[in-house]
Design a protein around this ligand. Structure first.
Ligand code: ADP
Length: 505
């Protein structure tokens, strides 16, 4: 099948249209030339709108390749923006309405690019981690060609796109470009319609945020969870450091009188290694209030405009001192954009200012930020003294795993013949985390219930107290759990092309 690309024509649209116009100097043509001159020379956008364009200028606009129109809008594309492309704006919006669940932030600006030739309709949004996502608004699959591989973008699915990806819509190719062939900012109004919903969106965001913050305030008043350091396996060095850095200053303030303390900490390492777990235990051991937040949730809920909410949060933390604020997935908040540091990012600056206040006031507020991707953090955060201490949290060694095994089996019966050492060796080789260990023990327990017919008895109501008291997790139960885990780990090692936002969230 021949595939017709929607790409730049050899005669670039601009000069081609002007030449054509110049060849036909009729009364109408003169009018057209005036419009073109406006387009070309005066750049007076306000005078030309899509509705008012003449045939010739409409023809000119039609000749701009769709990929360049889109790329021109991408130059100013930001969180809260949405671009729709298709034959008819009403139809596109109707389809987008059905897919609204794929957008995790409030829409503040909408753009529509009409296109007769595309053979379908598409939506584009910027997500909270700065990626551009395409949303397939059609009832058919769209091949997305990326790095010579084809990913089938299913109907009503979103996927992130990068420069040079190609979408094939009913045989028409649409290339993703970060920039158009030439600067077309002055023509944007002519080839797209723009809508501004900022005021209304901000009003609603404020309402939602106030509700969220008030829930947070209530949550922070609840007593902290009863996790203690004894329930954290391994991580001995980290526990010792946190005792000296946070627990003792909170417990024995008189010993730290006049001393400058560090109030910002970054824990980094793979998921499941116990960063959240140790932060909970830390708050409990210190007798501090614990506020736990997730950077990714905050970025989507607060739509990147969260300075006021951060201020409220710190205010609440100060009012309830001592407080430990734990921010998981910190990179979603303090992340480099396009791999560059974002000096001047409003949220990052706000957090740093609040941390400076905490330092200056020597408040009993400590911020423990966790990330799986330290390198993604903006260096405004990592290099500043405000988050001065960085601790790597690695998967446990064999002895760490043994401690985590004991923690997870302390309320369960394990058959004395189980070869724990052999299992720990395999898990240490596989770089299993504390979360993996918890999972394996739970699975082994379930396997044991199946083997002993306990689930079956639960189902038919014949379970007795003896069945439960005589139950022990056996070697074969652990073996199966371990095999399944190792197999799963192998299967998930291969990452798919791109990142399927709606499945991941
Ligand atoms: P992270 O925040 O690093 O992604 P979590 O703290 O959420 O990891 O770990 C998930 C669960 O795994 C914890 O709730 C805990 O039950 C278990 N876990 C992880 N690490 C440890 C550990 N070192 N000791 C005991 N349990 C652990």
């Amino acid at each position: 099948m021949r595939i017709n690309p929607i790409t730049a024509k050899p005669n670039y649209y601009h000069t081609a249209a002007i030449t054509k116009a110049k060849g036909e100097v009729t009364a109408e043509g003169r009018k057209d030339l005036t419009v073109l001159n406006h387009l070309n020379l005066t750049c007076n956008q306000a005078m030309i709108n899509f509705k008012g364009t003449t045939d010739i200028s409409r023809m000119l606009i039609k000749q701009i390749p769709l990929e360049d129109k889109l790329a021109s809008l991408f130059q100013n594309f930001k969180l809260g923006d949405m671009i729709l492309i298709g034959k008819n704006m009403h139809e596109c919006a109707k389809e987008m309405y059905k897919n609204a669940g794929l957008i995790k932030n409030a829409i503040k600006r909408g753009f529509f690019i009409p296109d007769e030739n595309l053979g379908g309709s598409l939506g584009f949004i910027k997500n909270s981690i700065g990626d551009t996502e395409v949303i397939n608004l059609n009832d058919f699959e769209i091949p997305l060609i990326t790095n010579n591989k084809t990913y089938p973008l299913k109907a009503h699915e979103s996927f992130y796109v990068v420069q040079d990806d190609i979408l094939s819509i009913n045989g028409n190719l649409l290339k993703i470009k970060d920039e158009p062939k030439t600067d077309m900012s002055m023509y944007r109004k002519n080839f797209s319609k723009a809508f501004d919903f900022e005021k209304e969106a901000n009003h609603n965001i404020e309402k939602i945020n106030k509700k969220t913050i008030s829930q947070l305030m209530q949550a922070s008043r609840k007593s902290t969870t009863p996790v203690t350091f004894a329930q954290v396996g391994g991580l001995h060095k980290l526990k010792n450091s946190l005792k000296k850095d946070i627990i003792y200053p909170i417990r024995y303030p008189e010993a730290y009188e006049g001393m400058e303390l560090n109030h910002g900490f970054i824990l980094y390492g793979p998921p499941g290694t116990g960063k959240t777990h140790i932060a909970r235990a830390l708050a409990n051991e210190a007798g501090a209030n614990f506020i736990s937040l997730n950077g990714l949730d905050m970025e989507s809920k607060w739509v990147g405009e969260s300075e006021a909410n951060w201020r409220n949060l710190f205010e609440e933390a100060k009012e309830n001192q001592p407080t430990i604020i734990f921010v998981d997935e910190f990179d979603a908040v303090a992340r480099k954009r396009d791999n560059r540091d974002v000096y001047g990012d409003k949220v990052v600056n706000q957090i740093l200012t609040l941390m400076t206040d905490i330092d200056n006031e020597n408040a009993d507020v400590y911020v423990v930020a966790a990330t799986n991707n330290f390198k993604a953090l903006d260096s405004a955060i990592t290099r500043s003294g405000r988050f001065g201490k960085h601790y790597e949290v690695t998967p446990p060694d064999k002895e760490g795993l043994r401690e985590i095994f004991k923690i997870n089996t302390r309320n369960r019966k394990v058959d004395e013949n189980v070869n724990i050492d052999k299992m720990l060796d395999k898990l240490a080789d596989a770089k299993a985390t504390g979360a993996d260990m918890r999972h394996i023990v739970n699975e082994a327990h379930n396997n044991g219930f199946v083997r002993a017919g306990i689930f079956e008895k639960m189902e038919n109501g014949t379970l007795t107290g003896q069945d439960v008291s005589g139950f022990k997790i056996a070697q074969e139960d652990f073996d199966k759990a371990l095999d399944d885990f190792l197999k799963d780990k192998k299967d998930t090692a291969r990452k798919p092309i791109g990142f399927i936002r709606n499945q991941a969230s």
